[in-house]
Every structure is written in structure tokens, then in C-alpha cells.
Design a binder for this molecule. Structure first.
Ligand code: NAD
Ligand code: ISE
Length: 335
């Protein structure tokens, strides 16, 4: 069986996902695309033999589209998710689910009202072999119960439209999701520290920042976000347990001995760091469409990450420790 997919948003990650659907997912065919930049959509459509439609709503409504992949800008996600749910079509949405907790709640409510799961969110780190290995170690009990987590999320630099709140809502949101998933524990409070600002960061940005979070079970989590670190894209994560620790492996790279130095190159781009995870994420999504049961991060995970990220943005403004106030998980999502 072939699943016919419509893609909304043919920018950086939209094109990456289209390429992996075409090249790496034999069970899928991309039949329609759209972008507010119609020329960009048309050129992608022509390359892969799909049709380019005038709007995302037309992609969702198209009778030959079985499922939708949303990779447009975050603020546009809500309208497309609500339309896909109303049409009863499965939808994979890049993170964030939506750009406010209220918008995420409307999506969750619509999905519950529909009566069966349709939405998967693009938290791809859950598909990364390194994080999956960490989860296996933790779940085996080998290091005892986790007590602390130390994370680092560094980008060499960010685009000119990147604002301070994006360090949390766009960037740290990946750590928020992966820590909830690794620990199977909910984040209940958050504080944001603002150390001395890097003179190399654009003036509008407080960079770096440090998120300090506490979970329901009393675990303490710290996340450094430094998006103008200059030297590369560097993701680190360590869990400290009662009997040992487990650490995310660095991506494999050759060690070069030259000119009196030992050099291990650092990746420069997020696209390269998690390329295998994106491949597995999209392949598993297609397979789950074939069998009719979704397994990936849910709309509830999207809402939870957004509630926690919004609290962190407010905590950064106030300088205090804020309760995240996430409501209890509806039974619908306890599958
Ligand atoms: P981008 O700017 O390269 O691409 C976004 C595309 O959306 C653009 O082509 C733009 O014209 C199009 N667009 C904007 N409004 C639209 C609308 N109303 N309808 C249709 N298309 C519209 O951005 P990107 O880096 O590809 O990011 C897209 C999404 O993917 C964002 O939500 C971002 O947070 C997410 N993202 C996720 C990861 C990850 O690691 N999972 C990485 C990068 C981006
Ligand atoms: C980007 O949107 C992503 O999702 C990347 O994974 C992240 O590392 C980067 O900081 C974000 O801007």
C-alpha cells in the first residue's frame, strides 16, 4: 500500500523531509506540495513529479492526499493542524506543535473531539540512536534512578530573525521534550539564569542562558543554550543516577593528528547532527500510517513542551522560579 502525502512548507526542513520521503520511504509518495512562496513550491513539485497547490488548505482537502506533513513556519501550524484534524487526515507537524500553549490546547481538544489519534510532532531526538541508547540504560536500572540531568545546546550562530524567546521556544524545546521522554517524569518548575552576555552575540539576544528545571519526582535538570558559540553545533546530555551516569555519545568523527595537535571535528549544522534520527522518524511515521497506529510524540507532548517553554520565557522575564502548571494528561493520550 502506498500512502499519498501532501507537504505544506518547502523551506529548509520541508525539502529535507520531501527528499527522505522520496528516497528512503518506499511506502510513501509525495503527491502535492504548497508554500506561500509559490515559485519555491512549484520548483520542488516539478523535481519530484508532484502537483503544486495554491495553499496548505488545498493540500489538506485534496482527495488524493491521505496524510499531511506540515513544515511551514511555526505560527502557521495551528491552522493546518486544525484543518487536517477536521478532514480526519493524519498529520506530522514539525516542532513546535503551535507557538502558544493556548493554540496547542485547541489542537489537543480538536484531536480528542475527533476521537482517535491523528497528530505526530517532529521531536526527532526520540529517534536518535544515542538518546535511545541512554533510555535503554536508564530503563534497565543499571545506573539506578536518575537524579540530575546536564544538557548543552549550542549553535555556531543563528539567522537574523532569531529573537531571545526563540532560544527557549525554538531551541531548548528539544531538551524539554527529550528530558520528559528519557525520564518519564513531568517538568513542574523552571527558572532561567542569564550569565554574562557574549559580546559576539547580536545585541538583541541574551546569549547564553541556562534553564534550571525541577521534575515532579524532584529531579533537577540544567540546560545551557548558547546559540552564537561560534565553533559548531554541539549537543550534550548527561544523566546522573544513583549508581552511575549515562552520556549522549558525540557523533562519530575521525580523529586527526596534525601539526602537533589532535583534532576531532565538530559538526556545524543541525541538519547533519540528527540526519539519521530524521530518517528513522519519517520512515516510522510512514510505517505507522500503513498499519494505522501512531507511535511517535503526540499532540499532548507538543502541548506539554509548549507550556513548559512558555513558562520558561515568563521566568526569564521575571527572573523568578515559575510553576509550569501543566494540567493532568487526558486518558486519550495514555496509550
Ligand atoms: P524555513 O524558513 O526554511 O521554511 C519554512 C517555509 O514555510 C518557507 O518556505 C516559507 O515560505 C513557508 N511558509 C511560511 N508560511 C507559510 C504558510 N502560511 N503556508 C505554507 N508555507 C508557508 O524554516 P525551516 O527551518 O524549514 O523551519 C520550518 C519548521 O520546522 C519550523 O516550525 C521549525 O521550528 C521546524 N524545524 C525543526 C527542526 C528540527 O530539528 N526538528 C529543525 C529546523 C526547523
Ligand atoms: C532549529 O529550529 C531546530 O529545531 C534545531 O534542531 C535546533 O538545534 C535549532 O537551535 C533551532 O533553531
Amino acid at each position: 500500500m502506498t500512502v499519498n502525502i501532501g507537504v505544506i512548507g518547502t523551506g529548509a526542513i520541508g525539502v529535507e523531509h520531501i527528499n527522505r520521503l522520496v528516497d528512503k520511504c518506499p511506502g510513501a509518495e509525495v503527491v502535492a506540495v504548497s508554500d506561500i512562496d509559490g515559485e519555491r513550491a512549484a520548483s520542488v513539485a516539478q523535481r519530484i513529479g508532484a502537483v503544486s497547490l495554491g495553499s496548505g488548505q488545498e493540500v489538506i482537502a485534496a482527495s488524493k492526499v491521505d496524510a499531511v506533513l506540515v513544515a511551514s513556519w511555526g505560527p502557521t501550524h495551528e491552522q493546518y493542524l486544525l484543518a487536517a484534524i477536521e478532514a480526519g487526515k493524519s498529520v506530522f507537524c514539525e516542532k513546535p506543535l503551535a507557538t502558544s500553549a493556548e493554540a496547542c490546547k485547541r489542537i489537543v481538544d480538536a484531536e480528542i473531539a475527533h476521537g482517535s489519534p491523528l497528530v505526530q510532532v517532529g521531536f526527532m531526538r526520540r529517534y536518535d540512536v544515542g538518546y535511545r541508547g541512554m533510555k535503554q540504560v536508564l530503563d534497565s536500572g543499571e545506573i539506578g534512578s536518575a537524579l540530575l540531568a546536564h544538557c548543552v545546546h549550542r549553535n555556531a550562530g543563528v539567522p537574523t530573525n532569531y529573537e531571545s524567546s526563540m532560544a527557549i521556544q525554538d531551541t531548548a524545546v528539544h531538551e524539554i521534550d527529550i528530558l520528559r521522554w528519557l525520564l518519564d517524569d513531568e517538568i513542574v518548575s523552571v527558572q532561567v539564569l542569564t550569565p554574562r552576555r557574549s559580546a559576539l552575540a547580536p545585541e538583541r539576544l541574551q546569549d547564553p542562558i541556562v534553564l534550571l528545571m525541577e521534575t515532579e519526582a524532584g529531579r533537577r535538570l540544567d540546560v545551557e543554550v548558547f546559540v552564537n558559540c561560534q565553533y559548531g553545533y554541539d549537543i550534550q546530555c548527561e544523566l546522573v543516577g544513583e549508581k552511575g551516569t549515562v552520556r549522549l555519545p558525540d557523533p562519530p568523527a575521525p580523529t586527526v593528528r596534525v601539526s602537533g595537535r589532535v583534532v576531532i571535528p565538530v559538526l556545524q549544522d543541525w541538519k547533519d547532527r540528527f540526519i539519521d534520527a530524521y530518517d528513522v522518524e519519517i520512515s516510522e511515521w510512514v510505517q505507522s500510517l500503513e498499519v494505522g497506529t501512531l507511535h511517535g510524540p503526540t499532540a499532548w507532548d507538543g502541548l506539554a513542551a509548549s507550556v513548559i517553554a512558555d513558562s520558561a520565557v515568563r521566568a526569564q522575564e521575571s527572573g523568578g522560579i515559575l510553576r509550569t502548571g501543566l494540567p493532568p494528561k487526558p486518558d486519550f493520550y495514555s496509550r
